[in-house]
Each structure stands twice: as structure tokens, then as C-alpha cells.
Design a protein around this ligand. Structure first.
Ligand SMILES: C=C(O[C@H]1C=CC=C(C(=O)O)[C@@H]1O)C(=O)O
Length: 458
């Protein structure tokens, strides 16, 4: 598959920096799209995204433009600037110029010490992007050129990069190394949970705080992002899959939670809060599901999320679906209370602005938002980085995109991984039960990392 510069582009008159974003339909669709992510292992930047129903996947390879530590407003502005200087033949959803990546949980926290260059958010426009939809597989080539000869040079560079990637072989790596697992700051975390309960029970306006903790994995050999993603894809159900890698750090996850999607002017979100493990048998599983649906503590945790999201969705939409009863969202290790909302996005609200409005929902931050975000910054041990924050894709030329909430996730760096899990604390939370809930939420990434584990707790 070699992609020559199309004739239309050879005739372009380029005088100012112009983004050329050209889409080709792939005729050879024998590869699963994720294979291109695996093949790009040696690249500096790579990205993978798949929706829970697997109907839409993206792979991004190397950066044509990068956006570090950018606010939602800045990204909306970059999007507008790009729109005015782009030449594209895109017609299918998720092809052409698309920005990929994640925002930080809290942009007032510098997480670079732990998260390296990903710490304050990293978004990029890929040089090569692969898209799979029910229309087929597509390849987008993005280059920013200042003249016709610059376009020819850069085009050649990107097509060589593509050749290099597809000519690689996927290395077969096993995941049976010995790994040491350390639950980080457990006593401190339990104390923080108690403090949060006291705060909620006092006459403070705080009703709910989501507290997260970390689990550290040290492996005798480098942890392969390819293996972790491959295992996640095989092991999890009803989740988004994402992987964002820049140099030696990668953020990988299998999250059940949609923050916001935008298609044809309609924004859709979901309230996912309230949890119980899966049962060993169907009977036990149904019993646990029923228990979750009827449990007052989980209902109150969930309702806080529904009320806040409904209120915020009303500020960004002209019409909104009605509030109703939650159903169960079942993943491999855990089940949640789930309720979706969708509405017509207001024309003057950008997608980035809409994401800013919702993030963090009380499923990851708390209620009220500003107070609890500050509370988390002050008291939660650890450093969230991109955990719990919007990660996804954002079309440049059209009203399209989607961001999931980056949970059930791990930061992977060579022989180490840091897993994150949190839970909603309300007035009748019991600290040790919350600790157990986070243990269940670590499971997806623990299972995906594999290895023979020994455990310590600090
Ligand atoms: C914060 C996490 O989960 C959130 C999403 C679903 C259910 C949650 C809960 O029941 O507490 C959390 O709000 C996490 O998995 O790290």
C-alpha cells in the first residue's frame, strides 16, 4: 500500500501554512485496525480508540501537530484556526483532520513528575490516522505544508513512515513475568475517606467526593503496552478501549464511562455511578444486580451524578431527554448503575466547551464541583494526571467526536505501571467497603498486565 500524492494536490497553490488532510479507503482490510497500533510500537507517539460496540476504531501514528497543557478554550480556538487553513477530501465520520488525546483531570495540578509529558494533558493531530467504521477502513495522511515543494517533501516523508510501520512484524511478547504489586498509601487513603465522610456529614455544602488511590506494579521485564491493550480487548466487555503513548509513557484503559459524544449536532452522555461486583454464576450475578438497583447508598451516589449532569446538559443543549430510572451496566469484573442523557447541542457551544462543562462529573470529582475538586487537590494522596479525565477524539472540520472518562486505567512506564481506581464517598460510606470497591476496579488493568503477582501494602 503506497499512497502517491493525488493529482488534485499536485495542482494546489500553497502560499501560507496549509493542513492537507487526505483520506484513502483501504482496499486490503485483512488487518484488525489495532494491528496498526501494535506495528507502530517503535514510534514516538501512537494512539488507539475503540467504542464499546467496536463499531468505531481509530489509530493515530506520530504527531503532525502537538498540543501540550492546553485548555478547552485554546483547543476550540486551534480547531477554528485549523478549519480555515485545511484542504481535505474527508466525507466519512472520523476521517480527515482529527485531534486525539486527553486533558488532565485538574489543570491547576502539575503531574509531570509522575506522568512525564502526558501529565498536563496531551493532544495531537496525527501524521497518519486509521479509521474503521461500518463504511470500511480508511487512512488519513496529515501534513502541514508551506509551499507545493514542501508538500511533496512532507508527503514523501509520511508515506515512508507508513511503509516502515506496515513492513514491521508484531513482536510476540508474553505477559508471565513476575510482578510485585504495592497498594500505595492505604492507611492515608482510609483516613482521607473518613475525613471526606466527616466533611459530608458536617454542614458543608459537599454531598459527595470521589476519592482515588493508586496501585503500583513493578515487573522484572518491561511492561508491553501492546500486550496490555491486547489482553484488555480480549478480556473486557461494554467498555471503551484507549491507549495514548508518548515516548516512554503510556496511558491505557478499558473504561465503561462515556463523558460526551457529538454526532450530527446531538450530544450524548451517561451517568455511571454506584457499583457492585459481578457474580460467579448468573443467579448470583442477577442477585447482586438487583441488590445494586435497590441499595439506598448507591442510589444516592448515582442520583447526585444524574442531577448534576442533567443540570449541566441543560446549559449546553436546546432539548434534553427525560430523566428516568437507572439500569445496569455490566463489565467483566463489576456492574454499575447507568443512565444516559442526550440532547441537541446549542449552536454557539463548541464541543470542547461542552466537555469542559461536564468535566469532572460527580462520578469522578464530586458535588459541588469546584469545592470538591479543590478538596481532592488538597487531601487525596497521589496524583491523578489524566486519570478520570476526558480522553478521546475531536474532529476538526465537522461536529463530531467523543470523549470517555479515563478510568479503569494505568500509566505504564517501562517496568512499572501505576493503576488508578476511585469511588464515590457519600455520608453513609464505610471506608473498608470503599477500599474493597477500588480493589475490584483495579482488576481490569491487573488482569490485562498479567504476570505472576506478589502483593505488598504500604
Ligand atoms: C472513579 C471510578 O469509578 C467511578 C465510575 C463508576 C462508578 C463509581 C462508583 O461507584 O463509585 C465511580 O464514581 C473508577 O473506576 O476509578
Amino acid at each position: 500500500m503506497f499512497f502517491l500524492l493525488p493529482n488534485q494536490l499536485r495542482q494546489l497553490d500553497i502560499n501560507t501554512p496549509t493542513l492537507i488532510s487526505w483520506v484513502f479507503e483501504l482496499t486490503d482490510v485483512s488487518h484488525d485496525l489495532v494491528d496498526y497500533f501494535y506495528l507502530a510500537e517503535a514510534c514516538e507517539t501512537r494512539y488507539f480508540w475503540r467504542t464499546p460496540d467496536a463499531s468505531f476504531s481509530l489509530v493515530g501514528i506520530e504527531a503532525c501537530q502537538t498540543y501540550f497543557s492546553k485548555t478547552y478554550e485554546e483547543m476550540a480556538l486551534y480547531q477554528q484556526i485549523l478549519q480555515q487553513s485545511t484542504v481535505t477530501n474527508r466525507s466519512v465520520l472520523g476521517t480527515g483532520p482529527v485531534i486525539l488525546g486527553g486533558f488532565p483531570f485538574d489543570d491547576s495540578v502539575n503531574s509531570q513528575k509522575v506522568w512525564n509529558q502526558l501529565g498536563n494533558g496531551y493532544l495531537f493531530l496525527p501524521k497518519i490516522m486509521l479509521t474503521e467504521t461500518h463504511h470500511g477502513q480508511f487512512l488519513t495522511i496529515n501534513v502541514v505544508a508551506e509551499s507545493r515543494s514542501d508538500l511533496e517533501d512532507k508527503w514523501q516523508e509520511v508515506t515512508f513512515l507508513w511503509q516502515e510501520v506496515v513492513n514491521k512484524k508484531i513482536a510476540s511478547t508474553s505477559s508471565d513475568a513476575s510482578v510485585e504489586m504495592t497498594e500505595v498509601s492505604v492507611p492515608e487513603w482510609l483516613t482521607t475517606v473518613e475525613q471526606a465522610i466527616d466533611e459530608i456529614k458536617s454542614d458543608s455544602p459537599i454531598k459527595k467526593i470521589v476519592l482515588a488511590r493508586e496501585l503500583k506494579i513493578e515487573s522484572e521485564s518491561p511492561i508491553s503496552v501492546n500486550v496490555v491493550l491486547k489482553n484488555s480487548l480480549a478480556q473486557q466487555e461494554n467498555t471503551y478501549f484507549f491507549a495514548l503513548e508518548l515516548n516512554d509513557v503510556a496511558f491505557v484503559g478499558a473504561t465503561p464511562e462515556r463523558l460526551l459524544s457529538l454526532s450530527e449536532g446531538v450530544v450524548s452522555t451517561a451517568c455511571v455511578a454506584g457499583s457492585i461486583p459481578r457474580g460467579e454464576t448468573t443467579v448470583e450475578d442477577d442477585k447482586l444486580g438487583k441488590q445494586l438497583l435497590e441499595d439506598m447508598k448507591n442510589q444516592s451516589e448515582h442520583n447526585i451524578v444524574v442531577d448534576a449532569i442533567e443540570k449541566e446538559m441543560k446549559t449546553i443543549t436546546t432539548t434534553l431527554s427525560e430523566k428516568g430510572q437507572p439500569s445496569l451496566l455490566k463489565n467483566r469484573d463489576i456492574q454499575h448503575l447507568f443512565f444516559p442523557f442526550s440532547g441537541q447541542k446549542k449552536a454557539d457551544v463548541s464541543f470542547f466547551q461542552a466537555i469542559k462543562t461536564l468535566h469532572p462529573t460527580p462520578a469522578l470529582g464530586g458535588e459541588p464541583k469546584e469545592l470538591t475538586t479543590k478538596w481532592i487537590k488538597e487531601y487525596e494522596p497521589g496524583c491523578r494526571g489524566l486519570y478520570g479525565s476526558p480522553i478521546g477524539w475531536y474532529a476538526v472540520m465537522a461536529e463530531e467526536g467523543e470523549a470517555a472518562v479515563g478510568i479503569r486505567s494505568a500509566l505504564i512506564r517501562q517496568n512499572e505501571a501505576l493503576l488508578y481506581a476511585g469511588c464515590g464517598i457519600v455520608s453513609d460510606s464505610v471506608p473498608t467497603e470503599e477500599l474493597n470497591e477500588t480493589r475490584v476496579k483495579f482488576q481490569p488493568m491487573l488482569r490485562a498486565i498479567g504476570g505472576k503477582k506478589s502483593v505488598t501494602s504500604k
